[in-house]
Design a protein around this ligand. Structure first.
Ligand SMILES: [Fe+2]
Ligand SMILES: [Fe+2]
Length: 293
């Protein structure tokens, strides 16, 4: 089943961090807050990376069709792959490190902790901190052999026209849905302002983790998890016509979350060991001991 894509097609990026690094180029930290972040920009403009990121989006835009999403939902939302204790899942996720350049790339746990610690430092409620801490756990999909472009990358609605506000919109020309008249009109299979709960998104770590967490966290947390990669909406407002009023209210939380995800890299990484007891309590307060993947 997995051999449908070649190795090159499965992993166009050297590591999945490259997508997030590229987001920083597209959405740099506002100038006024940039003082300490010069570091973040090293290497981002080297052309090799631009090429791999481009190839990543080419594959993402070509293969993320409505049918592909249906197939992936069937495959992964049964949650019958693996059962793991929460902290084992974090360790497992952390095996997703980039070997090619260990000095530059933080491990996944560090990104999660930096995000959640920045949220905590700003005095937000504990469930918001927890959201920061778990928001990328869905990336374990990569460890199940999934193509990078079906785990990370900007997400977008499928079943209706691809907005030209999505990064590299020209690559959608190779997506069969682009030429399918059921799917290529402004609303496609949807009704005006039908609400995002009725809209299928391209498949990736966001929807996967949302489905895993939906019984355990408050609604704003679930919106943050589910739509944190939906840049075409939370940064560009390209799909206002599908959102209902409730979505619009809830997207204020998605907006609030995004800077913590993108701009929380700090020069001195948080001390994971020291922080562990705090996060153990926090996780125990909201989540079951074991999670199904
Ligand atoms: Fe993410
Ligand atoms: Fe993230």
């Amino acid at each position: 089943m997995k051999s449908k894509f070649t190795k090159k097609e499965t992993a166009p990026l050297e590591n999945i961090e490259e997508w997030e690094d590229d987001l920083l180029v597209r959405y740099p930290k506002p100038k006024s807050e940039q003082a300490k972040s010069k570091e973040d920009y090293r290497n981002y403009h080297d052309s090799e990376r631009v090429d791999t990121v481009r190839e990543f989006y080419r594959l993402n835009h070509q293969y993320q069709t409505y049918d592909f999403v249906v197939e992936k939902q069937k495959e992964f939302l049964a949650f019958d792959k693996k059962e793991m204790a929460f902290w084992d899942a974090i360790d497992y996720l952390n095996t997703l490190v980039d070997d090619s350049d260990p000095d530059i790339n933080l491990d996944q746990l560090q990104h999660l902790l930096q995000t959640s610690e920045a949220i905590r430092a700003d005095g937000h409620p504990d469930w918001f901190v927890l959201t920061g801490f778990i928001h990328d756990m869905g990336k374990v999909l990569c460890l199940f052999g999934e193509p990078q472009w079906a785990v990370v990358g900007d997400t977008f609605p499928v079943g209706c026209r691809h907005s030209d506000k999505i990064v590299y919109p020209e690559f959608f020309g190779a997506n069969p849905d682009h030429h399918d008249e059921r799917y290529n009109t402004e609303y496609g299979i949807y009704e005006p302002n039908c609400g995002l709960d009725n809209v299928k998104m391209s498949w990736g770590h966001d929807e996967y983790l949302y489905q895993m967490m939906k019984d355990y966290l408050p609604e704003p947390a679930l919106y943050m998890i589910r739509y944190h990669s939906f840049y075409a909406q939370h940064r560009e407002g390209a799909y206002d016509h599908l959102l209902n009023d409730h979505d619009k209210e809830m997207f204020k939380w998605v907006d609030k979350f995004n800077p913590y995800d993108l701009y929380s890299k700090v020069p001195v990484p948080p001390d994971a060991k020291k922080l562990r007891p705090y996060y153990e309590d926090l996780v125990a307060k909201y989540l079951p001991d074991t999670l199904k993947f």
